[in-house]
Design a protein. Structure first.
Length: 137
């Protein structure tokens, strides 16, 4: 039974690594990793592979969902950066799926995604180390 569970988790990890998670796949209080580098004009950069913790999301009366995320390896908690537009699917030029990203104090990323794009690829992948922890139990 343990081998079946381990094989299933391995398959999930392999699939998740092959393609970015959709925005609708993200769960609160879970750790993911960036699948692309985010560079702010202020010179602050978070590289692909860095871990991100999803803290909150709000779907309001406007056609945008707001996600609040925390960069886990925070080096400068006082840093802030203005909002930038980022394409989570740079290879897909058929439509504009740009999201807005800003950095607020405490190494928090504020991310705004249009509702029409919730079923498209996000900027996050599954964190395989979290899945590996599950395999040990």
């Amino acid at each position: 039974m343990k081998k079946l569970i381990a094989a299933t988790l391995f398959a999930i990890a392999s699939f998740a690594h092959a393609e970015a998670l959709q925005w609708t796949d993200l769960e609160l209080y879970q750790t993911y990793k960036l699948n692309q580098t985010i560079t702010f004009p202020e010179g602050i950069e978070y590289k692909a592979g860095e871990k991100v913790y999803v803290m909150d999301y709000i779907a309001g009366g406007i056609p945008v969902v707001y996600w609040q995320m925390h960069m886990e390896n925070c080096k400068n908690p006082d840093a802030t950066a203005e909002m930038i537009l980022l394409n989570p699917s740079p290879d897909d030029t058929s439509t504009d799926r740009s999201i807005a990203v800003a950095l607020t104090e405490g190494c928090n990323l504020d991310v705004w995604v249009e509702i029409k794009d919730l079923y498209s690829g996000s900027i996050l992948d599954a964190d395989e180390s979290s899945l590996l922890d599950l395999r040990r139990h």
